[in-house]
Ligand binder design. Structure first.
Ligand code: ZN
Length: 332
């Protein structure tokens, strides 16, 4: 029987729109203690993706984190440049900086905002990375948006001739393709998730996305406005409790917590689905995945079946969930 494995992942980058580039998880001892106590209490293994340009400032704190809880470090770019994610130069710089600090190469990568590009995937293959965990197997309009409904919610292999890399997509419910991450659970609240999880299953192996600021958005300076503010603010003060609820739920469903490398160790090579690089990364827009206004027309390239699935079901579910979130202020 396949082991059910969950990987808690933390993309360690500056707090959202923080003018000083701070990470309060490390600057504020009470946040650090609360976080590490929670992870330790539930015996969770953490995979931390590092923005390596921050190693100079926070490197000692990352080592402190590793003294408190079991953590595997991987990379989350060097500059976290959303306007030019996954350039070869950035990944190489990130790898070099990581290696100088830790004394060994990283084996895992996550693209900024999940924007893995062909150039990025080619670079990971060239450099011999074991896994990438950047793909949302879902659809989201807007910038940066994506449409990855052609890919499975389960881990798969991306092949380029003799080389290959394991892709571990962000945890997403099958059927409705709703992402299961801390920010999404904060947005919609646990009750809608609890209901949906009775109808739609999670894959047996999942990576759960979180960021430091997901745990304390209410403590950040008022530098976020527009549509992002209410989304990030929702349930901000309940974030630690929601994370604990998610962990308890997964334990109750029989998941064990592992590092992403541990998840890779447990994958059955023979039954792993395989995609060519061209299939895995669509490149209709400057070699990247689908963005902004491109997403709609490209999503409908698959004819009526694809159009119906992409443009109807998923967007209707999204609208229902946004409505649920908007009409249920006490959603924890
Ligand atoms: Zn990021």
């Amino acid at each position: 029987m396949t082991r059910k494995i969950a990987c808690l992942t933390l993309d360690i980058e500056s707090d959202f729109h923080d003018p000083d580039g701070r990470i309060r998880l490390f600057d504020d001892a009470s946040l650090f203690d609360r976080y590490t106590a929670l992870v330790k209490k539930h015996n969770v293994k953490l995979t931390a993706f590092l923005v390596t340009s921050l190693l100079e400032k926070y490197g000692a704190d990352y080592k402190g984190l590793a003294e408190k809880i079991p953590v595997e470090f991987a990379i989350h770019s060097h500059a976290h440049d959303i306007s030019n994610p996954c350039s070869r130069a950035d990944i190489e710089e990130s790898m070099k900086t990581f290696c100088n600090f830790f004394g060994h190469d990283p084996i895992g990568y996550r693209a900024p905002v999940g924007q893995i590009t062909r150039e990025g995937m080619n670079t990971l293959l060239d450099l011999g990375f074991r896994y990438d965990s950047s793909i949302y197997p879902s659809v989201r309009p807007g910038k940066p948006g994506y449409n990855n409904l052609h890919l499975p919610v389960t881990p798969f292999r991306v092949r380029r001739e003799a080389d290959s890399i394991i892709e571990i997509p962000f945890g997403t419910m099958s059927g409705i393709r709703l992402v299961f991450s801390l920010s999404y659970v904060k947005l919609f609240g646990w009750k809608p998730y609890e209901l949906l999880l009775k109808m739609f299953s999670l894959p047996d192996q999942i990576a759960i996305l979180s960021h430091p600021y997901d745990h304390y958005f209410h403590l950040l300076p008022e530098t976020t406005d527009g549509w992002e503010k209410p989304l990030l603010q929702r349930n901000a003060e309940n974030a630690f409790d929601l994370l604990e609820t998610m962990i308890n739920f997964l334990r109750g469903r029989g998941y064990e917590f592992e590092f992403l490398s541990g998840l890779c160790d447990n994958l059955d090579d023979d039954s792993l689905k395989e995609f060519s690089l061209d299939e895995a990364i669509k490149h209709k827009h400057n070699g990247r995945n689908l963005y902004s206004s491109q997403w709609h027309s490209s999503a409908c390239d698959d004819g009526w079946a694809g159009r119906w699935q992409t443009c109807s079901v998923t967007s209707r579910f999204s609208r229902i969930l946004v409505w649920l979130a908007e009409t249920n202020p006490s959603v924890s």
